[in-house]
Design a binder for this molecule. Sequence first.
Ligand SMILES: [Zn+2]
Length: 108
Amino acid sequence: MPKFIALKSFTYNGKALVPGQVFDREGARWDERLLEKRYVYRFEGQEKSLVKCADCGREFESQSVCDSHMYMHIPEPKVAPIQKLEDLHPDGLTLKYGEPIPADVALS
Ligand SMILES: [Zn+2]
C-alpha cells in the first residue's frame, strides 16, 4: 500500500495525523477524497529516507519537516507568578504585593 503525506491535522482510521507526517494508506474508502480535498498527497520518496520523530515515532519525509514538527513536543512555558508589584512597575512604586493599587496610579 503506498504512503500518503498529511497536509493538515486530521484523524485517519483512528490515528491522529499531523502536517508533514508520512503514513500508510490503509485502503480507506475515503482515500481518493482525501487527495481531492488536499488533505494528503502521495509520498513518492524513498522509504529509507524517512525521518522518525524521537518523541512520538511519527515519520516525516525529511529532517527539516521533522524538525519543524518538534514544536508540538515543547511544553507550554510556565509563567512565573509575579511576587512583587515592583516587578510589574519598577520605577518607584513601593506598594507591597497584595495591597490595593491607589486609583491615581496609572499602570502602564
Ligand atoms: Zn513527534
